[in-house]
Design a binder for this molecule. Structure first.
Ligand code: HEM
Length: 390
């Protein structure tokens, strides 16, 4: 790494420590992230090998996040989210899968705080153009629609971070998967970090052992990893994400031997060497239905991504793939558990409730409780002034 770059990296780390919350509100766990050395093709894109990130991500206590959080302040909230997601599904079935992916890309990068929804500003490189997100994350407009609908009914109440959690749950339920009660009460971040996203989000080339280590840093088990990967039961991926495994797996000049030959023929046709790499293919054989077909496909050597198929070739993960391929109920149960755990990841930093999910509003607080208290105070002032006025 060049010295100038190294210096700015060190400054950003120092800043991170300065910004770290006070001891009393500090997260329970300090988690270390090591950049994925297998990430992407070129050295310039590759995350620095020695990069060690100390990020503060924690699992909030149940007291901070709870079901029915908006039952008094915005009782219609969950209904509104569901309604907009239903419309999105009818308009473009894939869009709900794209929104569901947001939960992973949001929660893994400094907790579930909607940082990945922030647009770049002159002083901040956001996450939308991070390596795993650029030309890949999509359907941001569905979240905009949800937010607009919520703002028109209960302005300034429902956070974008909570919208992602509700919308992801609805995406699963609306496509035939399980329904579960979500814990709510998250704040939206005041910034985003492209660098953190680059260093954290796993590449489609990752192998199971790398993914196990990554998930473990978030207190997510091997079972959670396999169950959550079952999210690839819906949606699509680009040729860009599989070119290496079709033509040059691990620099061998050969395809990944784990791909079943007929399926490889199909993928070769979809993604020939000279293809526009934005062409997309289905992540499993039933890409609009949330079911356990994804696991059946892995058992048959028909996984789309390397990071999918590796779950069947690696012994620690294989047993869960086998189990879920035979027992959809078990998959659904473990998937819900994983989504709840992932949804509890928080940075502990101050936040706000944004008016527009793409932009920081600038009215920060340390917790939802503080925001609510502030609102109550404002309400009292409004009430008392009304009494003396007119
Ligand atoms: C285990 C590590 C994971 C890796 C390496 C990974 C990687 C990827 C990649 C490469 C794509 C296709 C992107 C493209 O080609 O543009 C994708 C799509 C997707 N991912 Fe993951 N993913 C992982 C875990 C997850 C998790 C935990 C979730 C959600 C809980 C998730 C949800 C999705 C969905 C729904 C899509 C399809 C999106 C669409 O159709 O727009 N993924 N993932």
């Amino acid at each position: 790494m060049k010295w100038g770059k190294w210096q700015s990296f060190c400054t950003s780390i120092q800043k991170k420590f300065k910004e770290a919350p006070h001891e009393s509100q500090k997260p329970n766990t300090t988690i270390q992230f090591l950049a994925d050395p297998s990430k992407f093709n070129t050295t310039s894109q590759m995350a620095p090998l020695f990069l060690l990130f100390l990020l503060h991500v924690t699992t909030l206590s149940a007291a901070d996040l709870r079901p029915g959080f908006y039952s008094e302040t915005c009782p219609e909230a969950e209904f509104i989210v569901r309604d907009v997601m239903k419309k999105a599904l009818i308009r473009e079935p894939r869009s709900v899968a794209s929104v569901m992916r947001f939960q992973f890309h949001d929660c893994f990068v400094n907790g579930c705080d909607a940082s990945m929804l922030l647009d770049d500003t002159p002083t901040m490189l956001g996450e939308k153009f991070a390596l795993s997100n650029i030309n890949s994350l999509r359907s941001y407009e569905v979240v905009d629609d949800v937010k607009e609908a919520l703002e028109s009914v209960c302005p300034g109440i429902v956070s974008c971070a909570d919208i992602i959690i509700m919308a992801s749950r609805d995406a699963v339920a609306l496509t035939g998967g399980p329904y579960w009660e979500v814990r709510l009460g998250r704040l939206d971040s005041l910034s985003a970090s492209q660098e953190d996203s680059n260093n954290i989000m796993p590449s489609p080339r990752s192998n199971a052992s790398y993914l196990i280590d990554l998930f473990q840093k978030y207190s997510l088990s091997v079972k959670d990893l396999v169950a959550l990967s079952g999210s690839h039961s819906i949606g699509q991926g680009r040729c860009f994400s599989i070119m290496f495994r079709l033509y040059n797996q691990s620099g061998s000049g050969q395809p990944d031997p784990a791909i079943e030959p007929k399926f490889r023929e199909k993928l070769d046709k979809l993604c020939p060497l000279n293809v526009d790499q934005n062409v997309t293919g289905d992540l499993d054989a039933t890409p609009q239905v949330f079911d356990n077909q994804y696991f059946k496909d892995l058992v048959a050597g028909r996984g789309f991504l390397n990071s999918d198929q590796t779950l069947f070739t690696f012994p620690h993960t294989k047993k869960f793939v086998k189990l879920y391929s035979k027992d959809q109920g078990e998959f659904f149960k473990d998937f819900v558990e994983g989504m709840l755990k992932m949804g509890d990841l928080q940075s502990g930093r101050p936040g706000e409730v944004r008016k527009n999910c793409r932009v920081v509003t600038g009215h920060q607080a340390n917790s939802f409780w503080e925001l609510t208290k502030e609102r109550e105070e404002n309400y009292k002032v409004i009430k008392s002034t009304t009494r003396f006025c007119c």
